[in-house]
Design a protein around this ligand. Structure first.
Ligand code: TRP
Length: 348
């Protein structure tokens, strides 16, 4: 079955309002999203309904939802141009997710590696929501008939599932869809936009592990809320090896910590590892780290300051989210209505 003929490109992505944002989120997601909004219609969603698949303190959930929203705006998401909202204010997501619960197969969800990781050994005690998480994610995307989804590597499998759901819905309801004027299917098969090499920012303490909000050591990550002194300290203490920097990228292959710092430098500068090594090849880490501190502080401090300013006015953030939700609903509601008709639900 072919794609709906004239599916105009539409970008959708979501971020969880849990844990503090760090440099990995900033370089891997936020900066890329900001770039995409220049050329695409974008819908960005703070996925508070996904967050409660594991228990969240209600006050924390509220403040994290505002903090993530502020961080994205501070990084350059323009809430006038782009739709920025929190998931739970657009009930169409939940409604479509239920229909998708009835389209997706147990066998498909049983293959999801993220569920296995998150549920751990005590699978019997995981929430049903955690299990059905990928169906809600598919609904997030498809309730807007979005075509492109910027995600990190770890979400590729969930996106494949979203494609499978879209495809199966198009097949299962082919006859009703044909009669309703969609002979080529209703849902596009959304494509992952896997974000570039900077997607994988690794721990400053171990170049083989991803930078993570859950790492026990705060020295392993640069938080978006770190001030200049904290950023400097963490980079100074970052693990390295005894050799000077190589002058070719190939020389980084067996040196995960060096590779990570060069990658971070390139991403912050908006250049490439090749370019960084052309400039710093042969340098000792002490000198390179000084340059990296300067660059990191110059990029992160303004975002940090703007984020604090925004968080000083929570009512304004709530107003932005309410406005985004209204605009999101204006797109989602008619799409959900068409789905309800196709499925055979009566509506007044
Ligand atoms: N699961 C994504 C993550 O943890 C967040 C997410 C929820 C998402 N819904 C989405 C991402 C829809 C892209 C599209 O990163």
């Amino acid at each position: 079955m072919s794609l709906p003929a004239k599916a105009a490109p539409r970008v959708f992505s979501g971020m969880q309002p849990t844990g503090n944002l760090h440099l990995g989120n900033y370089l891997g997601a936020m900066v890329r999203w900001v770039e995409m909004q220049a050329s695409h219609e974008c819908i960005f969603c703070v996925v508070d309904m996904h967050a409660i698949t594991v228990w969240q303190d209600p006050e924390d959930l509220r403040s994290q939802t505002r903090a993530v929203t502020a961080a994205y705006i501070a990084s350059g998401i323009d809430p006038k141009r782009t739709i920025l909202f929190n998931q739970s204010q657009v009930h169409e997501h939940a409604e479509l997710a239920w229909i998708f619960n009835c389209v997706a197969r147990l066998g498909w969800l049983n293959r999801m590696t993220q569920f296995k990781e998150k549920a751990g050994k005590d699978r019997e005690n995981a929430s049903v929501g955690l299990y059905a998480y990928p169906n809600l994610m598919a609904a997030d995307i498809l309730v807007y008939r979005a075509t492109h989804v910027p995600v990190g590597d770890d979400q590729k499998q969930h996106l494949e599932l979203a494609r499978d759901i879209a495809q199966k819905f198009n097949n299962d309801y082919a006859k009703a869809l044909g009669a309703a004027g969609f002979p080529d299917g209703f849902f596009p098969l959304p494509e992952p936009v896997i974000m570039g090499p900077a997607t994988r920012v690794m721990s400053l303490r171990d170049g083989t592990k991803k930078m993570s909000k859950s790492d026990a050591s705060d020295l392993s990550r640069i938080n978006m809320t770190d001030d200049a002194d904290a950023i400097a300290k963490k980079i100074q203490k970052a693990k390295t090896d005894p050799e000077p920097l190589p002058s070719e990228v190939a020389g980084l292959e067996t040196r995960p910590e060096a590779d990570n710092l060069v990658g971070i430098y390139a991403a912050l500068e908006g250049s490439t590892k090749e370019a960084v090594l052309r400039q710093h090849g042969g340098a000792q880490f002490s000198g390179f780290k000084k340059a990296l501190v300067e660059l990191a502080v110059s990029r992160i401090a303004p975002v940090n300051a703007e984020m604090s300013r925004l968080l000083g006015d929570p009512a304004e953030i709530d107003r932005i989210l309410a406005d985004g939700s209204k605009r999101a609903r204006a797109i989602a509601a008619p799409i959900l209505d068409q789905v309800k008709d196709v499925v055979g639900f009566l509506r007044g």
